[in-house]
Design a protein around this ligand. Structure first.
Ligand SMILES: Cc1cc2nc3c(=O)[nH]c(=O)nc-3n(C[C@H](O)[C@H](O)[C@H](O)COP(=O)(O)O)c2cc1C
Length: 173
């Protein structure tokens, strides 16, 4: 199987913790790359790509907000060669504190990738989650895997395992 590039950010919190869980589960198949250290060339080296991020307020989610670790990659998505690549996204959020913006950032990134013609796998049905609204929902599915380490961390291992199994099947194709 082709190697997987797992680009994640920010460092030091829930996103990094989940990225390390994936690394522990998949071992040598995965390269862990903090997105703040990544260039588009790094992304272009992989056919199978996982991107993990958190939502920390809509203000941070504009391409010109330089303090966000994803801004450099977000503003360079047009330089990715999408041919033959498969993407899977996971997004950290808090469905109790932010039910109307649950994992919005995953939606912002996912929609931008789709606009550039990316193939994204690993969608999750909205019925598995309690929330009011989210930019990450398209046709009754989250565009990737929502995780809430703030209020339901006990659900993370099972959610992650099921999602990884689905994603790995698609990566193998
Ligand atoms: C200032 C702030 C704003 C947040 N806004 C949202 C939000 O709009 N939607 C959401 O689902 N979670 C929101 N969260 C929750 C975070 O996404 C959640 O705590 C996540 O686990 C943080 O992961 P990180 O520490 O790796 O960045 C917010 C958290 C903070 C501190």
């Amino acid at each position: 199987m082709e190697k997987i590039g797992l680009f994640y950010g920010p460092k030091g919190g829930s996103v990094e913790r989940v990225a390390k869980m994936i690394k522990e589960r998949l071992g040598e198949r995965v390269d862990l790359i903090p997105v703040e250290e990544a260039t588009v060339e790094d992304i272009n080296r992989y056919k199978n790509i996982i991107m993990g991020l958190s939502t920390v307020g809509a203000d941070a989610w504009t391409a010109d907000h330089t303090s966000d670790v994803w801004s450099k990659i977000l503003s360079a998505l047009d330089k990715i060669d999408y041919h033959g690549k498969t993407f899977a996204l996971f997004g950290l959020g808090n469905h109790v504190m932010y039910p109307q913006h649950f994992v919005d950032a995953m939606g912002v990134l996912g929609r931008e990738l789709l606009r550039h013609g990316a193939r994204i796998v690993g969608q999750r049905p909205v019925t598995d989650y309690e929330f009011e609204d989210s930019l990450a929902v398209i046709d009754d599915h989250f565009i990737g895997l929502p995780l809430d380490e703030d209020t339901e961390p006990e659900k993370t291992p099972e959610r992650l395992e099921k999602w990884l199994q689905d994603v790995l099947k698609e990566f193998d194709r």
